[in-house]
Design a protein around this ligand. Structure first.
Ligand code: FHN
Length: 457
């Protein structure tokens, strides 16, 4: 469900403002702004869904399995001991963390969120409280997160980790039910009688390692839709995490209220630090609310050998612009293969996005939502610099780009492809229909960007 009405939007914003950890961790608005600053300025990150589910890659016992790749243990009703076999085949000899980070960096991404443990319970790091991890249970025998965290530090990106509360491997979490032929339906798990404290200790052991040893900057929770996981559990874990690292950022899926509101948290539920619309972009931004749209590049998060439904680079760039124009972040997913490489179709698109960002990154990074949306494209803003960035999708044929009333006085306008060439701007402060005279044809069919500097805005 999209947030249709302004009232609903403001209601959610109010909830989030109240619910954003005030009970769990005291913080002033200024302190929160300082903590969120890098994340808000980033606007663009890489999501990585990787694990032993990349081994079957959507095929089980010779049959293609419907659904997203990382869900194959549930989708194919695979018992734990059978699924564990995939760990014995996981040997990503071509994994190169520096190459992955360099690919994200050249695309204009400022942070990377990687699955430290997905619903299948398998850890991509050297978990101290488990041997069901990449170091102890695979022929690869090495940590995946450590080199990625180090590569992010070297190349100036923020290292962040996804962590699933739902865990289809830990014995304290039981299948929802069994099929008639006795195979497990894992989602959503039930908690074994009296074993919730044991599981929470287990999860806290992972989280403490991710914060203290791997230096995660964002904890991206997921798998929270469990009837045994409570709002109080979320508040307790959030307060415990922030006490461990006051700069840590935590998404709203630590809480139980994501519900149907397009990834935002419902009234009264604990909302963490940002909303998480998934595979969608809200109709509007939400003043005072941080949010991030996470999306796949094809139709699956985890690698599937048969999913070739790749979005075009134009779609990816325009999603990024649309999201930034509404004050959100775009978390774009890659699903690496079992050999440790990122699918070529993903690499190609990220390189093309990088070519657009190399020219237009200033119109995305460090921007904030614009107060209006023109018919011909989107607008992002840098209020402190008195700048608007006009992202033109539909290039006017008459050489006139018409703007709605803009507060202030137009000072200068230029294409980011030709910063030294001023464009003629006519318009009076506050008057409607400012007009920028533009070339006959667009310099970039994906989106041409015009910077508009304004005095007294
Ligand atoms: O069930 C997961 C899914 O596998 C994937 O990780 C997405 C990404 O946001 N989150 C959950 C579905 O909402």
């Amino acid at each position: 469900m999209r947030l249709e009405s302004t009232a609903a939007v403001l209601l959610v914003a109010g909830t989030l403002a109240r619910g954003a950890g005030q009970e769990a961790f005291s913080e002033s608005a200024a302190e929160r702004d300082a903590r969120m600053q890098w994340w808000r300025d980033a606007r663009f990150g890489m999501f990585i869904h990787w694990g032993i589910y990349a081994v079957p890659a959507g095929v089980y016992k010779g049959q293609a399995v419907d659904g997203i790749g990382e869900w194959i243990m549930n989708s194919a009703r695979i018992p734990r001991d059978e699924y564990e076999q995939f760990a014995r085949e996981f040997n990503p000899s071509l994994y190169n963390a520096d190459e992955w980070v360099a690919l994200a960096k050249q695309a204009g991404m400022k942070y990377i969120v990687i699955t430290s443990k997905h619903h299948d319970g398998f850890a991509l790091f050297d978990a101290k409280n488990s041997r069901y991890d990449v170091v102890d249970a695979t022929p690869y025998g090495k940590d995946i997160l450590r080199p990625l965290s180090d590569a992010c530090a070297r190349q100036g990106l923020k290292f962040c980790t996804y962590h699933s509360i739902m865990d289809w491997h830990h014995p304290a979490q039981l299948p929802a039910k069994m099929t008639e032929d006795g195979r497990p339906v894992w989602n959503p798990t039930r908690i074994a009688e009296g074993r919730k404290p044991e599981f929470i200790d287990y999860m806290k052991g992972h989280l403490e390692q991710l914060v203290r040893e791997y230096g995660t900057n964002v904890l991206w929770f997921d798998g929270e839709w469990l009837d045994w996981w409570t709002d109080q559990d979320a508040r307790d874990i959030y307060g415990w995490l922030r006490a461990m690292n006051p700069s840590l950022i935590v998404n709203n899926r630590i809480g139980t209220g994501r519900g149907g509101m397009g990834g935002f948290t419902q009234e009264g539920a604990f909302a963490g630090d940002f909303g998480t619309p998934e595979q969608e972009i809200p109709d509007t931004g939400v003043p005072g609310l941080d949010w991030e749209s996470c999306m796949t590049m094809n139709d699956t998060w985890g690698f599937k050998s048969q999913d070739h439904n790749w979005k075009s680079t134009e779609t990816l760039v325009r999603n990024l612009i649309d999201i930034a124009s509404k004050g959100g972040n775009y978390l774009l997913n890659v699903g690496p293969k079992p050999d440790g490489t990122i699918p070529e179709a993903s690499v190609e698109r990220l390189r093309e996005v990088g070519r657009w960002m190399a020219v237009n990154g200033a119109a995305i990074h460090g921007t904030r939502a614009a107060p209006f949306r023109p018919a011909w494209g989107r607008i992002t803003a840098k209020p402190a610099e008195g700048k608007l960035f006009l992202h033109v999708f539909d290039w006017p044929a008459d050489g006139r780009l018409v703007l709605p009333a803009v507060p202030g006085r137009p000072r200068r306008a230029y294409l980011l492809t030709q910063p030294g060439t001023a464009l003629k701007v006519t318009g009076e402060p506050g008057a409607a229909d400012w007009v920028i005279s533009i070339p006959a044809s667009t310099p970039d069919p994906i989106a041409a960007v015009i910077a508009l500097e304004i005095e007294g805005s």
